[in-house]
Design a protein. Structure first.
Length: 246
């Protein structure tokens, strides 16, 4: 069974049909750049371009980088403020010609995919997936059950919002070495660990494919730290899962 998944990020909008039996993309994903400013209608056009590239006509799951409740986007940290309190399900569904649309938080989608098909499969206790990219997304699981919309990237860390200190974008913007960035990630993980005492951290986002360059540099964290297995496709897979289950 294939269902379409779209992942809206701060830098790109990517999507593909997903094989839900394998938990993997059924076709190579298509990606367009996230418009700037990332207004609702401009982003909706990008989503329509990605979905239209495949001539898709079934259910579509779509991730959003912010809090989503009942298809309404409540926050907009790395996109235009016009998304705040927007009925995203209606907007995107209308832009896709009336296709059934399910919208959810991007890190929650990635986490559900990892817990089902990837690094968190079969893991009990408290598991936290953190996606490092334009910002920092989070998905918290207790014995496999998701606590939605945690948005731990917005925790205060040393007087700053955590994602303004330890996201991949910050690393790139300041041309930081892996050692410098790992030190910041370590401080962030220590703060999250102090609050939640997880058994496992899963490191996701595009940088997860380079986990060997920074995870071994992180010290003093009691929880196990492992890279996401679905890497940057986790959001697409989780979005498709949400659409299939709605």
């Amino acid at each position: 069974m294939n269902v379409f998944g779209v992942d809206i990020g701060g830098s790109g909008i990517k999507g593909a049909p997903v094989d839900l039996e394998r938990g993997d993309l059924a076709h190579e994903r298509h990606k367009v750049l996230t418009p700037h400013p990332a207004t609702p209608h401009a982003v909706a056009d990008g989503v329509a371009e990605v979905v239209g590239n495949f001539g898709w006509s079934g259910p579509v799951g779509i991730t959003f980088p912010g809090v989503v409740t009942g298809g309404v986007t409540r926050t907009a940290a790395n996109v235009d403020e016009g998304w705040v309190d927007m009925d995203a399900s209606k907007l995107l569904g209308d832009r896709l010609g009336g296709l059934p649309v399910t919208v959810l938080n991007d890190a929650d989608a990635a986490g559900v995919a990892e817990m089902t098909f990837g690094a968190g499969r079969g893991r009990k206790g408290t598991v936290i997936l953190l996606t490092f990219g334009t910002g920092i997304g989070s998905a918290v699981f207790i014995d496999g059950r998701l606590v939605p919309n945690t948005e731990l990237g917005h925790l205060e860390l040393h007087g700053h919002e955590a994602e303004k200190r330890a996201s991949t974008k910050v690393k790139d913007d300041h041309d930081m070495s892996w050692e410098q960035w790992a030190h910041r990630v370590q401080k962030y993980l220590a703060h999250v660990e102090m609050l939640f005492s997880p058994e496992l951290f899963i490191v996701g986002g595009g940088v997860s494919r380079k986990a060997d360059k920074f995870v071994p540099l992180i010290e003093g964290i009691r929880a196990e730290i492992i890279p996401a297995e679905l890497r940057n496709n986790a959001g697409i897979v989780g979005a498709a899962m949400a659409a299939a289950g709605s």
